[in-house]
Write a protein that binds this ligand. Structure first.
Ligand SMILES: *Cc1c(COP(=O)(O)O)cnc(C)c1O
Length: 346
């Protein structure tokens, strides 16, 4: 983007940033929507733009109500706290964001015990695994209250039938089900299903506005009226009551209007990238907007340095490199990155 330059850890200017779909900067049209947003004090419930966004997300998800959150991390934390009390347990996947990447918030701040289950190649949990993990009613055990799922998982779509099956089994066993849908729109676009199609057996879902959708910040949590009322108090407790938040909600609304269908472009770029890397002798795997490239230990750093010298920023996900396609990379960035890989002599 003109007028903006940043550098890699090794001090090289970044031409193309493939580290994450969070690195996007608001488009001119999004900035215009933010600047002209009608706003009010949302702690008084008086911000028309955030109210409209919440209504929109409730409708999109088929849930009764929705609530703005500062981040997807805050949304997941508040959701777990809304479903569980201190000493209760939630089941999740061992690679899921809520367990690995949220600083243990639910246990550190909420006293909720995580029970992470091993996920398969595709990032999935299976019904028998989940059912076997639910604790019996015995004074020795924490009370299992919640199953927290994720879609996509590292780019992998959890198909509707699979997700619904696992969620229904958990609900039938008396658990609540939360879905971390930070990238649920990628799953929807890839599967050709509206996002509500994934949510039939889900009690709450959070959608991140600052991943593929390209807004600068925020997430929206959706669930029943009762759950969202509880979530509202919890959000206040953690300092997430924001005043004229409509400026950010306007960016999210603009993203919902303009940046969902275009996720197919990111997926197509990721496919192109994987094909190019394959031709260059690498062994990439690709799912939705993500490409993972296994690189042996000794070559990892030299390859990263080589890519940085070409102005290519990529994610270091030992033992893989992670390449993520998004709004701010196009076909020419993909070409540059493939050429940078191809010119590596390791
Ligand atoms: C990025 C991400 C989050 C957290 O998002 P923030 O808005 O950065 O807090 C949660 N879950 C998943 C699956 C994510 O990828």
């Amino acid at each position: 983007m003109p007028g903006y330059e940043h550098v890699t850890a090794s001090g090289h200017p970044v031409l193309s940033d493939f580290r994450s779909d969070t690195v996007t900067r608001a488009t001119p049209a999004m900035r215009e929507a933010m600047a002209s947003a009608e706003v009010g004090d949302d702690v008084y419930g008086e911000d028309p733009t955030v109210n409209a966004l919440q209504d929109r997300v409730a409708e999109l998800t088929g849930m009764e109500a929705a609530l703005w959150m500062t981040t997807a991390t805050e949304a997941n934390f508040v959701a777990i706290m809304a479903h569980c009390g201190r000493g209760d347990e939630y089941i999740t996947g061992d690679v899921y964001h809520v367990y690995v990447d949220e600083a243990g918030g639910a246990s550190a701040l909420g006293g909720v015990v995580p029970f992470p289950l091993p996920t398969d190649q595709r990032g999935s949990l299976h019904i028998d695994q989940v059912l076997a993990a639910i604790k019996e009613d015995d004074v020795h055990h924490p009370i299992t209250r919640l199953l927290s799922l994720e879609n996509t998982v590292h780019g992998e779509v959890q198909p509707v039938d699979h997700l619904t099956g696992v969620a229904a089994a958990a609900q039938n066993a008396g658990l609540a089900v939360h879905l971390d849908g930070a990238r649920l729109f990628n799953a929807g676009v890839a599967a050709g299903v509206p996002i509500a199609g994934f949510l039939d057996q889900v009690d709450s879902v959070q959608l991140c506005m600052s991943k593929g959708l390209g807004a600068p910040q925020g997430a929206v949590l959706a669930g029943s009226h009762e759950m969202i009322r509880t979530a509202h108090r919890l959000r206040k407790m953690v300092g997430g009551g924001v005043r004229q938040v409509g400026h950010l909600a306007a960016a999210a609304m603009h993203a919902l209007d303009n940046h969902i269908e275009r996720l197919v472009d990111d997926h197509a770029h990721a496919q192109l990238l994987a094909a190019g890397l394959k031709d260059a002798g690498f062994d990439p795997s690709q799912a939705t907007n993500m490409v993972f490239v296994p690189v042996n230990d000794t070559l990892q750093q030299p390859l990263l340095d080589h890519l940085a010298r070409q102005g290519m920023a990529v994610g270091d996900f030992q033992p893989d490199l992670r390449l993520v396609c998004h709004l701010d990379v196009d076909g020419s960035d993909v070409d540059l990155l493939v050429r940078a890989f191809a010119s590596f002599e390791g």
